[in-house]
Write a protein that binds this ligand. Structure first.
Ligand code: SF4
Length: 374
């Protein structure tokens, strides 16, 4: 089935006369408030010393394929301090695959894609969750762990998909298509999750759509993931005009140029990419499926058509594989840095809160997806 023609409908904010969208960008938070200062822990030293070098040597082993030795003395003091502060705060760090290698490999307790982080967030015993990812991920952790404190090191870490749609848009879609079930990609705000029937990730989107037993399903907000799902199922898909600003930048021409330079190169793509990119790929799958494909197939050279840091993280694990890196970085993911994680733990900032009524409704959509998997 042609990906370009597979959708039953495509809607956007302009179709409802509602141009104002998403969570407004949070103001920059550089100053520490009096309340944060009152609960601050004593700050560990951030000097590069022989003791820091010894204490972090085993961690450098994990990332030496992707972090030059000259950069390590700037990172290691933060890494040592963060790992100590985590114990003092009884905190756990969850990191998405798109986090930089020093975060993903050296301070995170759990790393993975959105689905894995959502599920693991339900099992953690710690009092505090530090979410190294973007705001909707921190909201998902809070939705699933209402009694825990969830912190995000920079609350401005947004997402072009999550900000493309509001809960009000979902209500208007329901009015236009009464009785049609609505599936939301997890890359949405709590407000949107509260209005839909079930969530999905790029790992389980086809399974979720087919589980509803309907001949037509509204799937939002990623038009490209919706097109990909529509090409894999007989269910008619009505989509929303959202897109990931990182994945929509890739083009089929760009991938063909990699293949022309090396006909043996393997190209694997994320389903948030446009159809001409997916048509050019040897394999398409979620971040978890992409990583497993590389582990299982061990190609000589591979292009991971997704956010750039994921290739670094897989390369840290599999240094024998050559990764061609078309480096599209997610500016939102890159707001999370070691100094900001350190600041989160010292001052217990920035706390993610959700109206309990919205959180209860959103939880039903997320748990319906999780229970489907089990
Ligand atoms: S990579 Fe795309 S989908 Fe992921 S957080 Fe960034 S903008 Fe959102």
């Amino acid at each position: 089935m042609a990906l370009e023609t597979a959708l039953a409908g495509l809607y956007g904010p302009e179709d409802f006369g509602n141009p104002v969208h998403g969570r407004p960008a949070a103001p920059a938070r550089s100053r520490v408030t009096a309340e944060e200062r009152a609960r601050a822990l004593p700050m560990p030293s951030l000097e590069w010393t022989p003791e820091v070098e010894r204490a972090t040597a085993h961690l450098y082993e994990k990332v030496k394929a992707v972090i030059p030795p000259v950069e390590w003395p700037f990172m290691a003091p933060y890494i040592k301090a963060i790992n100590e502060l985590k114990r003092e705060r009884n905190a756990v760090i969850l990191a998405h695959n798109y986090q930089t290698p020093e975060i993903f490999n050296c301070v995170a307790d759990i790393g993975g894609d959105s689905l894995k982080l959502a599920i693991e967030a339900t099992k953690v015993k710690a009092d505090t969750i530090i979410q190294c990812g973007v705001h909707f991920m921190a909201e998902t952790s809070k939705i699933l762990n209402p009694a825990k404190t969830v912190l995000i090191p920079d609350s401005r870490a947004g997402c072009s998909l999550a900000s493309s749609i509001t809960g009000e848009d979902v209500r208007l879609l329901r009015e236009r298509f009464p009785g049609v079930p609505v599936v939301a990609y997890v890359n949405t705000s709590a407000d949107v999750k509260a209005e839909v029937d079930i969530c999905c990730t790029s790992s389980n989107a086809v399974q979720v759509v087919e589980s509803l037993g309907a001949d037509t399903v509204i799937m939002l907000p990623d038009q490209y993931l919706a097109k990909y799902v529509a090409s894999k199922t007989r269910v008619k898909i009505i989509a929303w005009k959202g897109a990931c600003e990182v994945h929509e930048r890739f083009t089929g021409d760009e991938l063909r140029s990699y293949r022309t330079a090396d006909p043996g190169v393997q190209i694997i793509a994320h389903p948030e990419c446009p159809p001409d990119v997916i048509a050019e790929a040897d394999f398409t799958g979620s971040t978890a499926h992409m990583i497993n494909w590389v582990r299982d197939n061990k190609p000589k050279r591979v292009v991971l058509v997704t956010e750039c840091s994921m290739a670094d993280n897989v390369q840290a694990e599999l240094p024998q594989i050559e990764f061609v890196k078309p480096c599209n970085l997610c500016p939102h993911m890159k707001r999370i840095t070691l100094p900001k994680i350190w600041g989160s733990l010292v001052y217990m900032r920035e706390e993610v809160t959700i109206d309990p009524m919205i959180a209860d409704k959103a939880r039903r959509s997320v748990e319906r997806m999780i229970n489907l998997k089990n």
